[in-house]
Design a protein around this ligand. Sequence first.
Ligand code: HEM
Ligand code: HEM
Length: 181
Amino acid sequence: MPVGGPAVRVWDPLVRLGHWALVASVAAAWFTRHGGGVWHEWIGYAALAIVAFRILWGGMGSHYARFAQFIRAPSATITYARAVLTRTEPRYLGHNPLGGWMILALLAAVIAVGLSGWLYTTDTYWGVEWVERLHDTLADILLILVAVHVGGVIFASRRHRENLVAAMIHGRKRPAEPGES
Ligand code: HEM
Ligand code: HEM
């Protein structure tokens, strides 16, 4: 048994399934980006549907799934970022403040990529170069955010000596110690 008692359930099954389905659909959209035709479009719509579900779940889901639980005020987020720089940041059982804002950025980026892709398929904007460029640039931005996200996950895993990727698979984490939330 880990120090501090048995592991606690943090990520509910829909958060976990949603996360890995979103990863799979964004990856599949990326690999079908050239000449993927209708496959690419439907995979992109699937990513949009997962994000729509995640937004709903952020309002009515389990405790740690709720936006109100992990979106912190800018001041608290800056305080946390400063603590990261001095290597004194507290551990969070749910998403940490920087991770919380990154989640909003990732969800917004998928929406922006998906909507611009849809726009490109409409009669009015089909073949219009700036729309294609917009879709391409937004996809690049999404990819950069994903890289920073994965970097943050690895960083936090090392800092707090826990495997956050495994936690996103089985849903459990080491219990909070005094002073942790
Ligand atoms: C997460 C979702 C998506 C990602 C990451 C993504 C990414 C990309 C990328 C990188 C390209 C190549 C652009 C270029 O080099 O000019 C592309 C092309 C395209 N995307 Fe998406 N896309 C997504 C969703 C969508 C959706 C929802 C639609 C439409 C319903 C769509 C429609 C298109 C079309 C029509 C093209 C041009 C395809 C071609 O030239 O063969 N995409 N997408
Ligand atoms: C397309 C790529 C990705 C997207 C769009 C994405 C998006 C997200 C989102 C929206 C969340 C919040 C989960 C929730 O509360 O519902 C999240 C959390 C998380 N993601 Fe990803 N993710 C991506 C790739 C990855 C990859 C490749 C990994 C593994 C290395 C990963 C590991 C995690 C972990 C461990 C968390 C929980 C972070 C924490 O403990 O606070 N993600 N991701």
